[in-house]
Design a protein around this ligand. Structure first.
Ligand code: SF4
Length: 455
């Protein structure tokens, strides 16, 4: 789970902005990139309405918490944060406290009882509700969807290089362990033109890398009229002049079509990186997870991707200790990871989320055993990543520089591998060819190609 973020604003100006009204807002965010993008949209909307951002919640007029419930730890963190704001509300009754995100959907009455000091609860992406605490928003636009998602990458503190744009909300799957469909609703795709306009605006303001977001991003367009899908959207966004890199997250294996893979392979800006969660390597576990595919199907999608893009990097997600997972079934997952040799694996130990189907089943794998399985896969993956990275020694990669820490520049390759290098020149935000001189399982270290001259 990522640490909570406070969202800086993108510097792009908007002609619709109202004069500064002297009020300040503070946003605290936890959870996935969809939440971060929603927070950026809220920040941009309030900024357009004349509010100013502050990093200090104690001096804010409006404090917004954007919550996550995918794991119990995230929900506990939000509850702790809400309790800590009780004193602020007592000292300054005029401050508006707002809670949004997955914790809110279908839970308004229960939350109002539990956290009476909160002024407004609103469902994820229901931005119009903000008018209740910021009436100035009503003068901006009839359609808040038309306002931008100015996303600044809070994780790196960099405000102008990378942007995340939601293209589809909700999820039509019902994986037995997942709370998302109950909190985010059915899939709703944004119109293609609205996404492209937003990309153009961001690129004009200096953004070089866009990540298109959705819980099932490759289901994009299924609910739109006409023959629109992710492949069409990738083609349309790739055509925006000045965009260097295009990525998308998170895909569902069932919708990873040949057409999307071919579009990835053929388009200049689309990075050769696929994030395709498998969750388990045993067909019976996959069936009980309700993932709607088999291990062979997932392996086939990975093979197909590598045939079209031999240098493609692959990331996946795995859950260990799902109810009823036997040792033999766990070993199937281990075997799958051995075969697939992914560049990155996000590992999680199963924990039941109330309200989901699997939460009704006996959580029969003891915590100690879940930890053992987790550690075994962690060790396996560390070995695989050590080998993969070692094979890159001496190769040169294009690195989009995101920031500088401890005297070293940091960025990512097109394959999304972290690469650090030293250079006395200012190369922030630039694409630098870097030759790999050292490797570790988690990142690469290198030096700029001798011929490189910063722009
Ligand atoms: S595809 Fe499954 S795991 Fe992913 S958001 Fe939808 S229900 Fe949850």
């Amino acid at each position: 789970m990522r640490q909570p973020l406070t969202i800086p604003l993108h510097p792009a100006a908007s002609p619709a902005r109202l004069p500064v009204n002297g009020k300040r807002f503070h946003i605290w965010t936890i959870g996935c990139q969809m939440n971060e993008a929603d927070s950026s949209k809220i920040a941009a909307t309030l900024q357009e309405a004349g509010y100013v951002s502050t990093q200090n919640e104690r001096e804010a007029d409006v404090v917004i918490l954007n919550s996550c419930v995918v794991r119990q730890a995230a929900e506990d963190k939000v509850a702790g944060k809400l309790n800590s704001l009780f004193q602020l509300k007592r000292d300054r009754p005029d401050v508006s406290l707002v809670l949004t995100g997955c914790m809110v959907t279908n839970q308004h009455a229960r939350l109002r009882e539990r956290f009476p000091h909160v002024d407004l609860f609103f469902d994820p992406s229901d931005f119009g509700q903000l008018e209740q605490i910021a009436p100035e928003i009503s003068s901006l636009s009839d359609d808040l969807d038309q306002l931008p998602h100015y996303y600044a990458d809070g994780a790196t503190g960099n405000s102008s290089i990378s942007a995340f744009i939601p293209i589809i909300y909700g999820c039509n799957f019902l994986c037995s362990y997942c709370i998302v469909p109950y909190r985010r609703g059915k899939e709703r795709s944004r119109p293609l033109t609205s996404v492209v306009t937003e990309v153009e605006r961001l690129v004009d303001s200096g953004v070089r890398e866009i990540t298109l977001l959705g819980q099932t991003v490759n289901a994009y367009g299924h609910d739109l009229p006409g023959d629109v899908g992710l492949a069409e959207l990738l083609r349309a966004v790739d055509a925006v002049p000045g965009l260097d890199r295009l990525r998308f997250l998170t895909s569902h294996p069932k919708y990873m079509s040949d057409e999307i893979i071919d579009a990835m392979a053929g388009l200049r800006s689309v990075c050769e990186h696929m994030n395709l969660p498998v969750q388990a390597g045993d067909n019976d576990v996959l069936r009980r997870m309700r993932r709607t595919y088999t291990r062979d199907y997932w392996l086939d999608r990975i093979d197909r991707t590598r045939r079209s893009m031999p240098d493609a990097t692959i990331a996946t997600d795995v859950i260990v200790g799902f109810p009823g997972e036997t040792e033999a079934q766990f070993l199937q997952t281990r075997d799958l990871l051995e075969r697939a040799r992914c560049d990155k694996v996000h590992l999680a130990m199963y924990s039941p989320r109330p309200g989901t189907l699997s939460a009704r089943w006996h959580d029969d794998i003891p915590a100690e055993e879940k930890r053992r399985r987790h550690q075994e896969l962690e060790k396996l993956q560390e070995r695989i990543q050590t080998e993969i990275h070692a094979s890159k020694l001496g190769e040169t990669f294009e690195v989009l520089v995101e920031g500088n820490a401890k005297g070293r520049w940091t960025g990512r390759t097109r394959g999304n591998t972290l690469l650090h290098f030293a250079d006395a020149r200012n190369v922030s935000g630039q694409v630098v060819p870097v030759c790999v001189t050292e490797t570790s399982p988690w990142f690469l270290i290198g030096e700029p190609a001798p011929a490189f001259a910063p722009a």
